[in-house]
Design a protein around this ligand. Structure first.
Ligand SMILES: Nc1nc2c(ncn2[C@@H]2O[C@H](COP(=O)(O)OP(=O)(O)OP(=O)(O)O)[C@@H](O)[C@H]2O)c(=O)[nH]1
Length: 228
């Protein structure tokens, strides 16, 4: 396939250093400047395994002892799973599960489990996400909301950006009258290290359209998120 390379646009959520577009303007999946094929997925696993081998040796462990022999490769596969969201795009996740529906009432999918990696320390943060929207003649397949959460959370993140990206995605694909996203998470970088506050939780929200302009709509969202 013919491709052209463009300089990384830092505002693009899928940026890995470079974005490469095919001639229809579609983004290709790039790792270190290479399109991700099965072959360089293998290469990617090898490169990450070798980095983990260095880490194991650098902390003074014996990487040749039985329990650690396969650890670099296992860890490489694990980190690739934790960051699998880089290999997906919004269009691939949603496919064509957008349906015409004559409803204008709030849709809420709440308490979606979320696991992500803090981009500052590469340790997990995890919690739950609630997503609401006010349809504008279109509804989204419910599972796709959880899949959107999954795609953005399986990347190196800060919680605020994750929250905004989920709201932006809903806005982009549905053009609804409003979108509301709330994320409540525990950050292991604040629990297992650093300030070591193991009961603290971080709540972030992103309100668009009528959720931002109408306090009653916002209240209804928060009320439903809190209720059992
Ligand atoms: N706003 C925001 N900050 C985050 C998130 N995850 C981690 N952080 C913070 O990123 C900051 C990085 O601060 P630095 O001073 O550079 O790093 P540090 O010395 O490891 O900081 P401490 O965690 O305070 O020990 C810390 O305050 C973290 O709590 C996030 O999702 N959102």
């Amino acid at each position: 396939m013919e491709t052209k390379k463009i300089k990384c646009d830092k505002t693009k959520e899928n940026c890995n250093g470079h974005l490469q577009l095919d001639f229809n303007g579609n983004e290709l999946k790039i790792f270190n400047g290479k399109e991700i094929s099965e072959n360089n997925k293998e290469l990617q696993t090898k490169e990450i395994s070798s980095a983990y081998l260095n880490i194991i040796n650098s902390i003074g462990e014996d990487s040749s002892r039985q329990g650690l022999l396969k650890t670099p490769e296992r860890a490489a596969k694990a980190i690739l799973h934790f960051t699998k969201g880089y290999n997906e795009t919004l269009q691939e996740v949603v496919k064509d599960a957008i349906f015409d529906e004559n409803t204008d009432e709030l849709v809420l999918v709440k308490d979606i489990e979320m696991f992500s990696l803090c981009e500052h320390h590469l340790v997990p943060f995890m919690g739950k996400v609630s997503v609401g929207y006010l349809p504008n003649k279109k509804v989204l397949g419910l599972s796709k909301i959880a899949r959107i959460v999954e795609m953005y959370s399986r990347r190196l993140q800060v919680q605020e950006r994750l929250t905004n990206q989920i709201a932006d995605a809903l806005q982009e694909i549905l053009n609804p009258r409003g979108v509301a996203v709330i994320v409540e998470a525990t950050h292991m970088c604040m629990v297992m290290r650093g300030v070591e506050k193991f009961n603290s939780k971080t709540v972030s929200s992103s309100m668009r359209g009528e959720f931002r302009t109408n306090p009653k709509t916002r209240e209804e969202f928060f009320h439903l998120v809190k209720s059992n």
